[in-house]
Write a protein that binds this ligand. Structure first.
Ligand SMILES: [Zn+2]
Length: 170
C-alpha cells in the first residue's frame, strides 16, 4: 500500500480503518484483505488516505493518537541480555518502548549498557498472554531511590504485540 497526500478527497462512505500511531503501520484492506506495511520517519498525527495496491480501493486511515502516550504501569518483566537472565519492573509503556526499573544490586554495566539488545517477556494486565519483545537500551538513569531505570526502545515489534500494546494504551 502506498501513502497518499493528506486527507484530500475523503467521501463519507469511504472504507475506514483505525490504526495506532507508529513509524511502522500494518494495514489490512477492508475490501480485499490485502496486507501492507507503511514505514514513516515519524509516527503520523493526522488521518490520511491510501489506495490499496491490489483492489485500488481508496481507504481512509484514522490515526489513534491517544496510544502515542506513555502510560504508567507496574508489571514484572523477565529479560535477557547477552544470554544473562534478569528480572525487573516495567514502570511505563508506549508504542515505542518501555522503562524497566531494576535494583542497584542487579545493575551490571557490561550487560545493562546503552546500545545493548535485550529480549523481554511480560504480560499486560488484565491478560496473562506473554509478550516476547526485543528492544535496545537507549538510556540509563539512576532513580531517587538508588535504583536504575533502563529506557528501552522496541526493535521490530511483532504485529501481535503491537496490537496488544495498542489495546492496552487505549
Ligand atoms: Zn484492497
Amino acid at each position: 500500500m502506498e501513502s497518499e497526500d493528506q486527507a484530500t478527497g475523503i467521501s463519507p462512505d469511504m472504507p475506514t480503518i483505525t490504526v495506532t500511531s507508529s513509524d511502522e503501520i500494518v494495514l489490512v484492506c477492508p475490501k480485499c484483505e490485502n496486507r501492507g506495511t507503511i514505514r514513516l520517519k515519524t509516527p503520523p498525527d493526522k488521518d490520511f488516505r491510501i489506495t490499496c495496491k491490489k483492489c485500488k480501493e481508496k481507504i481512509l486511515v484514522k490515526v489513534n493518537k491517544r496510544s502515542y502516550y506513555r502510560k504508567d504501569i507496574t508489571v514484572f518483566v523477565k529479560y535477557t541480555i547477552k544470554s544473562k537472565r534478569r528480572e525487573g519492573k516495567i514502570t511505563d509503556i508506549s508504542m515505542g518502548g518501555v522503562s524497566i526499573e531494576i535494583e542497584a544490586s542487579k545493575f551490571i554495566p557490561p550487560f545493562e549498557k546503552e546500545g545493548n539488545v535485550i529480549e523481554m517477556v511480560f504480560a499486560l494486565p488484565p491478560k496473562d498472554e506473554k509478550l516476547d519483545i526485543f528492544g535496545e537500551i537507549i538510556r540509563i538513569n539512576k532513580t531517587d531511590e538508588g535504583k536504575y531505570s533502563l529506557g528501552i526502545k522496541f526493535v521490530d515489534l511483532p504485529v501481535y504485540a503491537s496490537k496488544e500494546i495498542g489495546y492496552f494504551l487505549m
